[in-house]
Ligand binder design. Structure first.
Ligand code: NAD
Length: 425
């Protein structure tokens, strides 16, 4: 990577959990959090590690490591995604589980936080192998999940099909169909209309609010999206339809840029038919690290964690950073962005559209009564706008940046429930 070596660049970058903890510490200090509560909330309630035996297609037995970390049930059942990937680690899942607690509190929905993951390489696994891994993982954590306990959802490399397998495995064990045991299911299995687009839609709603603050319009706003999966592709599609100019998109294979705006519907078609982003003919190829540093008004990282670090934060040119991914920015990068006046819409606010519609899905499943898509989108917008305003107002009141404001608001809300419930010690 180019650029000069500064003091910060020689520092070790923080891991996902360390970044979460560093932000938690700042917020806790500002809130004057009680010492005991501080220690209680800094660590998860429960960490489950499972070793999953799976018969592979070649008849051989392999063992995969999986995790489910439950950070807090103070405000309701745990909620959080399950991700698959070769680099999944307990540290990462631990950090993301805590972030789920804060995220659910920021949007004020009645859930605590959890996260799960399996160390595996989905690109090298057949559909049958993925199904067997998913089912055995579900069976191993079965006693700890369920609509009242902990409700999984899709995340990186998992999707509606994965959720259908988890729901079916759970239901087979408890001997009746429990649709509310997961969210992000196919609509025909009790999924919610609007869930597929919800995270991307939420990103657009908060970006709209930021534009309002700066008196900008969508048509003159250039956007670069990193990641073209569940979140990135839907955010790009919806923002393109709404009039934003999407000038750059990237996936794990590389990036693509066109300063006149990319044809997003055609790019989506290209990817749906098996193509990768950089091979699309409508723009110029660009390295997927360099693309983050290109001229634009909005940068929307929607791929993976630790993409904006102390090494590249000073070269980010966007004025608004809408964090579609979880933890795309490390804690040391926060300060650099803040000093440079970048308006950061932190992940626990900007990508909370997914968990918000997951909450709607859980409510609909438990009622057995399903809402029209317009109602889902309307209620999502209401919550996202309200939460954006809450976070920005909290930041202004306490003179802190949006990230710390979101953490403070969330910790405050969790502490309120703890205070009312009391600690069963
Ligand atoms: P996904 O697996 O559907 O998509 C990930 C995309 O990122 C793919 O296009 C992949 O090629 C790309 N990618 C991966 N590494 C990359 C890299 N280094 N550079 C450029 N592109 C890269 O995953 P997703 O569900 O869209 O999740 C993306 C992020 O959003 C994750 O951080 C996830 O935790 C977060 N998130 C997802 C949801 C949801 O509803 N799915 C909700 C909230 C947050």
């Amino acid at each position: 990577m180019g650029g000069s070596m500064g003091v910060m660049e020689t520092e070790r970058e923080l891991s996902v959990y360390e970044s979460m903890a560093a932000r938690f510490d700042v917020a806790a200090r500002k809130l004057n959090l009680d010492g005991g509560i501080y220690h209680y909330l800094r660590k998860p309630n429960r960490e489950i590690i499972v070793h999953i035996p799976v018969i592979m297609d070649n008849g051989k037995l392999e063992v995969f490591d999986g995790f489910r970390v439950q950070h807090s049930i103070a405000r309701g059942p745990c909620k959080g995604g399950v991700r698959y990937g070769p680099n999944v680690s307990l540290d990462e899942i631990r950090g993301l589980a805590a972030e789920m607690t804060w995220k659910c509190a920021v949007v004020n929905i009645p859930f605590g936080g959890a996260k799960g993951g399996i160390i595996c390489d989905p690109e090298k696994l057949s559909v049958q192998e993925l199904e067997r891994i998913t089912r055995r993982y579900t069976a191993e954590i079965l006693d700890y999940i369920g609509p009242e306990r902990d409700v999984p959802a899709p995340d990186m490399n998992t999707n509606e099909q994965t959720m259908a397998w988890i729901m079916d495995t759970y239901s087979m064990h408890v001997r009746h169909t429990v649709t509310a045991s997961v969210t992000g299911k196919p609509i025909d299995l009790g999924g919610s209309r609007g869930r597929r687009e919800a995270t991307g839609r939420g990103c657009m709603i908060v970006t709209d609010q930021a534009l309002k603050r700066f008196g900008r319009d969508r048509a003159s706003t250039r956007v670069i999206v990193q990641g073209f999966g569940n979140v990135g592709s839907q955010a790009a599609r919806l923002m393109h339809e709404a009039g934003y100019k999407i000038i750059g998109v990237t996936d794990i294979h590389g990036g693509l840029i066109n300063t006149n705006g990319l044809d997003i519907p055609k790019l989506l078609e290209h990817v749906r038919s098996g193509g990768v982003v950089p091979d699309f003919s409508g723009g110029e190829k660009i390295d997927n690290v360099e693309i983050l540093e290109q001229d634009c008004e909005v940068l929307l990282p929607a791929a993976t964690e630790s993409q904006i670090t102390s090494r590249n934060a000073a070269r980010i040119k966007a004025r608004i950073l809408t964090e579609g991914a979880n933890s795309p920015t490390t804690a040391p990068a926060d300060d650099i962005l803040f000093d440079r006046g970048v308006f950061v819409i932190p992940d626990i606010l900007s990508n909370a559209g997914g968990v918000t519609v997951s909450y709607f899905e859980w409510v609909q499943d438990r009622q057995g009564y399903f809402w029209p898509e317009g109602m889902v989108n309307e209620r999502l917008k209401h919550i996202m706008v309200q939460s954006f305003n809450d976070v920005v107002a909290y930041g202004e009141k306490h003179n802190v940046n949006n990230r710390i404001a979101a953490y403070m608001l969330a910790i405050d809300r969790v502490c309120l429930t703890l205070k009312m419930r009391g600690i069963y010690a």
